[in-house]
Design a protein around this ligand. Sequence first.
Ligand SMILES: N[C@@H](CCC(=O)N[C@@H](CS)C(=O)NCC(=O)O)C(=O)O
Length: 218
Amino acid sequence: MKLYGAMISPFVRKVAVVATEKGISWELARGGPGVPDPDFLAASPLGKIPAIDDDGFTLADSSAIATYLDAKYPEPRLIPEDPRGRGRAMFYDEFADTVLGAAGLKILFNRLVGPKLLKVGGDEALALQGEAELPRWTNWFESVVPETGWLLGDTFTIADISVASLFRTLAYIRHGVDAEARPKTAAWFGRVAARPAWAKVAEMEDAVAQRIMALADA
Ligand SMILES: N[C@@H](CCC(=O)N[C@@H](CS)C(=O)NCC(=O)O)C(=O)O
């Protein structure tokens, strides 16, 4: 499977971890803002990452892709089948992709991706707005994340992947998990990061991440 995008994106990482948890073989392909690759644009009508090409079947949007992969490769199930679990998993996925993501990406795009990677500049006022919004969501998450196990209980799900992936991206802009301020979040994130699939994806990401962090600090 071809996965269009860059791993710094929480949405691309979400799909990478879902695919790796399921043992799907995948490779990263170039795509995203500033990459006018026709195959990517055909797979992603909105021009956003991620998108996939799975044997000629193309699909965009991390949640849509995760839903597709979970249906096609049900082992291990990452989107619960029971109604309450399914609903709650979608809730956390939405929490990660909208409010937490919206606040975090204002900082990411305006301090790092825009000015340092794409060289198109950034809006510091928007970055500050993101910084002001973020604590509401990270504090709320600290109040609900369980001390043991996973967000939905005993079973690891897309909920854990989506939220943890967002926190990983926040680390690029020095807003990753703060263990002193949010110890339950830090312990849960540590459990997610210890999973073999997460570790495998992290290993792929780390070399590039170091280069990006050096740019961020420049
Ligand atoms: N809901 C989408 C969000 C995708 C998204 O916003 N990706 C960002 C990168 S983190 C992007 O491609 N932005 C470029 C743009 O908006 O033009 C998903 O879950 O895949």
